[in-house]
Design a protein around this ligand. Structure first.
Ligand code: PEP
Ligand code: MG
Length: 603
């Protein structure tokens, strides 16, 4: 498509993963298919019943074929699910009811299938067993297949993203983003929904794939194949840019890569301020394949391994052996450096695989993280046993997410000890004791940090959630993304309180939320006195480089000045000015993200 012929459309969203990309749009449409609704004349009833029968037969053949393929490649577990779908296709509850609606209500087959599916799902709703309730999504799956076949649409088409495409989607679940970014074919992501700390954004950053989220109606406004230039630092998307605009983007891309190269050249020098304050810089990871990149960017350890990502692209929970192998691999790869493994943080915006849970009314405040594990004990024990066994292979630290109070920590620790004892009795080697810490990511934990510090071996602050819960903003919701303010005075005071509590109890304190890796906040974090920070690989060299260019005492002075101000806007302006004064002349300037500067005029 010629970039000159079509007028340029400019969209702005939230810069969620830095970098510039130019490519052709690939629109990912995962929305439920629309069901046509028609009334039938008498003469149309019999043909409609035949149409339905043909669609069921076709669906059955497709599922049988798929089942064969999957048995060959992935084993029988997945095949069983397809067999269950085939049974559902022939279930009288479905077939008889659809035929009844066609005959009695005189409606077309697609509509009848959708209505019947709704009715069946409603029956599942009232079954207390969670397994059966989860079968609601299977009903949708089967209904969608029949409807697509009725409408002559292609089914079972694997999403094949063309090379160097910009993937545009209304919403992109973290597992899909991970899979696509993993393929190495995607140049960038643009989504209508999402915020800077939604997990899709985090995955994109981990994969160093530029991303703009919260871009309004981008998936409707961009057409397949449109030329798209996007800036994941500033949150700008240009559709069908002019030659001049493209040249500017390419220049921006060049500058960004140059600054990155510069930072990479000194990645192995430690983060020590000019007056000798040393901070250990660790990496955050979701997948084992990220380890080489973390090491290549100078990670001194792993500060957060989000183990729940093991669950997200599959239907069945990983076995103890699978957990064990993953932990052993990361511990060995890090060769004695500390590896902080977080127990499962399922729930919230991370729901297992394609078997979507029944949505909780308010997932962020629902059964997630440690709550989920304490209510699904066997799932928790499988992971704890694997961790205990893996601990012999390296320098493990274990941490529990979303701890709100001391009882939760005690309960989780006692489960760990029970697993240790059981393994010991069975003669399984479990190694020495390792540090057991907590994520401080709720205002409750922050407020009683002094008490928690008596029973936790370390703290790691999860600012993504801490900010979400303390400023009452859903981290997924673009409408309130402008309120995500790490420099809000309440956040700074809370951070100060947590660090002080850790210091008084003499336990190490780290930060592993996204705030840790944003160069704009480096001086603030140096001043606060963190022992460690943990971030995605691409951020490590830059933060190290900035740390080495300032003294802790000047950072402390700056933070004092900032905390005398009141509004988030005033504090941000102050910090930005101070950072610019120190760094804007240098190469680091283009790495200071303007995301948090509401006044910056992008591109
Ligand atoms: C956080 O909340 O800051 C954090 C690191 O955990 P997650 O982003 O996985 O919720
Ligand atoms: Mg969190």
């Amino acid at each position: 498509m010629s970039s000159q012929a079509t007028p340029t459309l400019r969209l702005s969203g939230i810069g969620a993963s830095p970098g510039v990309a130019v490519g052709h749009a690939f629109i990912l449409d995962r929305k439920r298919i629309r069901t046509p609704k028609l009334r039938l004349a008498d003469a149309e009833v019999e043909p409609e019943r035949m149409r339905m029968k043909t669609a069921i037969d076709l669906s059955d053949r497709q599922l049988a074929e798929l089942k064969d393929q999957i048995t060959r490649t992935e084993g029988s577990d997945h095949a069983l699910i397809l067999e269950a779908h085939r049974l559902m296709l022939h279930d009288p509850m479905l077939v008889d009811e659809v035929n009844r609606l066609i005959v009695e209500d005189r409606i077309n087959a697609e509509w009848a299938v959708r209505r019947t599916a709704r009715k069946i799902k409603h029956l599942f709703d009232n079954i207390p067993d969670e397994y059966f309730r989860e079968r609601r999504s299977d009903v949708d799956y089967v209904a969608d297949r029949i409807i697509r076949n009725l409408m002559g649409q292609v089914v079972d088409e694997d999403v094949e993203v063309p090379a160097e495409a910009i993937v545009v989607a209304h919403d992109l679940p973290p597992a899909d983003a991970a899979m696509m970014a993993r393929s190495g074919r995607v140049a960038g992501f643009v989504t209508d929904l999402g915020g800077q700390t939604s997990h899709t954004a985090i995955v994109a950053r981990a994969r160093e794939t530029p991303a703009v989220v919260g871009a309004g109606r981008a998936s409707e406004q961009i057409s397949p194949g449109d030329l798209v230039a996007m800036d994941g630092t500033r949150g700008v998307v240009l559709v069908n840019p002019t030659e001049d605009q493209l040249a500017l983007f390419r220049e921006e891309q060049r500058r960004y890569l140059e600054s990155e190269q510069l930072a990479l050249a000194t990645k192995d020098q430690p983060a020590v301020s000019t007056d000798g304050f040393r901070i250990r810089l660790n990496g955050n990871m979701e997948f084992l394949e990220e380890i080489p990149s973390l090491l290549a960017h100078g990670a001194e350890g792993i500060g957060l391994y989000r183990t729940e990502f093991m669950f997200l692209d599959r239907k069945t929970a990983p076995t103890e052996e699978e957990h064990y192998r993953a932990y052993k691999q990361v511990l060995e790869a890090m060769g004695g450096r500390p590896v902080t493994i977080r127990t499962l943080d399922l729930g919230g915006d991370k729901v297992p695989g394609k078997t979507k849970h029944e949505k909780e009314p308010n997932p962020a405040m629902g059964l997630r993280a440690i709550r989920y594990c304490l209510s699904n004990r066997e799932l928790f024990r499988v992971q704890l046993r694997a961790l205990l066994r893996a601990s012999v292979h390296g320098n493990l630290r274990l941490m529990f997410p979303l701890i709100c109070g001391v009882s939760e920590l005690r309960e989780a620790r006692s489960e760990l000890e029970a697993c240790r004892t059981a393994l010991g009795r069975a003669g399984v080697p479990v190694g020495k004791r390792f540090p057991v810490g907590i994520m401080v990511e709720t205002p409750s934990a922050a407020t009683i940090a002094d008490r928690l510090a008596q029973e936790a071996d370390f703290f790691s602050i999860g600012t993504n959630d801490l900010i979400q819960y303390s400023l009452a903003i859903d981290r997924q919701n673009r409408e309130v993304a402008y309120l995500y303010r790490p420099l809000h005075l309440s956040v700074l005071r809370m951070l100060q309180g947590i660090v002080d509590a850790a210091k008084s109890a003499n336990i190490p304190v780290s930060m592993c939320g996204e705030m840790a890796g944003d160069p704009l906040f480096t001086l603030v974090l140096l001043a606060l006195g963190f022992d460690e920070l943990s971030m995605t690989s691409g951020q490590i060299p830059v933060v190290k480089r900035l740390m080495r260019r300032v003294s802790r005492s000047e950072a402390v002075e700056m933070l004092q000045g900032a905390m005398e101000l009141t509004t988030a806007e005033e504090i941000e302006r102050f910090v930005r000015t101070e950072m610019d004064r120190r760094f804007s002349g240098g190469q680091e300037g283009s790495l200071l993200s303007p995301v948090h500067d509401p006044e910056s005029e992008p591109v």
